[in-house]
Design a protein around this ligand. Structure first.
Ligand code: ADE
Length: 224
């Protein structure tokens, strides 16, 4: 899979790149690239944002700047890029990211993520340059960078090769294997700590009973 992230702050992703599963994903042949809006801005002082028409607080990322960045990075018209791959604008008001959407995005061969900044994008970015608007929750971040990292993190975990051998994204919270419910609780050694005991069934080695207990716990959490 190829994921391209457009951002005002490519440096922020240095930390993200150092994470094990991101490195694993790269080693497995997946590609992550970054594009700076500012590098592609032809406005004076490499301006990228502007005050909102109609007044109001904050700054808005300009549509011409985002358009130029996409064209500059891909070397073709952004409307063609939008036809070829999912272009996701990260914005607080978008479709809320959940496991089903992560699965859907993880099946794409290529993704482009547009991080917004300040008050967000000029709406024409969302309407004309993006195929999707995605939110990581109903709260406002100071920009889309953290949201992009959340999305990439969740998508990469779904790709073969990102998790270690012993780990699996098949049976985890909200997966089909758990009927879309949250995951069951996990415990590890010590079996008892300060009087807090691990449920007996997990210590029995009885795989079928453990499986049933976990499914039951997962369903119970779903109702909570
Ligand atoms: N940009 C600002 N807030 C955001 C959010 N909650 N999700 C995605 N992008 C955002």
């Amino acid at each position: 899979m190829q994921i391209d992230v457009f951002t005002l702050f490519p440096d922020w992703f240095g930390w993200f790149e150092g994470q094990r599963h991101v490195a694993n994903a790269r080693a497995a042949g997946h590609e992550l690239r970054y594009a700076s809006y500012r590098d592609h801005s032809e406005l004076s002082g490499r301006q990228v944002d502007d005050t909102p028409f109609g007044g109001g607080a904050g700054m808005v990322l300009r549509v011409d700047v985002v358009d130029a960045a996409i064209q500059g990075f891909y070397g073709r018209d952004s409307l063609d890029v939008r036809r070829e791959r999912r272009v996701v604008a990260l914005t607080a008001s978008g479709r809320v990211l959940d496991d089903a959407l992560v699965d859907e995005l993880a099946r794409e061969p290529a993704l482009t993520l547009l991080s917004g900044r300040y008050e967000g994008f000029d709406e024409r970015v969302v309407e004309n340059l993006a195929t999707d608007a995605v939110s990581i929750g109903r709260y406002v971040l100071s920009g889309g960078e953290l949201a992009a990292m959340v999305l990439v993190d969740a998508v990469l975990r779904k790709l073969p090769g990102s998790l270690g051998h012993e780990e699996s994204a098949v049976e985890e919270s909200f997966s089909a294997a758990l009927e879309g419910a949250p995951e069951y609780p996990h415990y590890t050694r010590p079996a008892e700590y300060r009087g807090w005991k691990v449920p007996d069934v997990l210590l029995t080695g009885h795989h079928e009973r453990i499986r049933e207990w976990r499914l039951e716990q997962s369903r119970r959490r779903d109702k909570a």
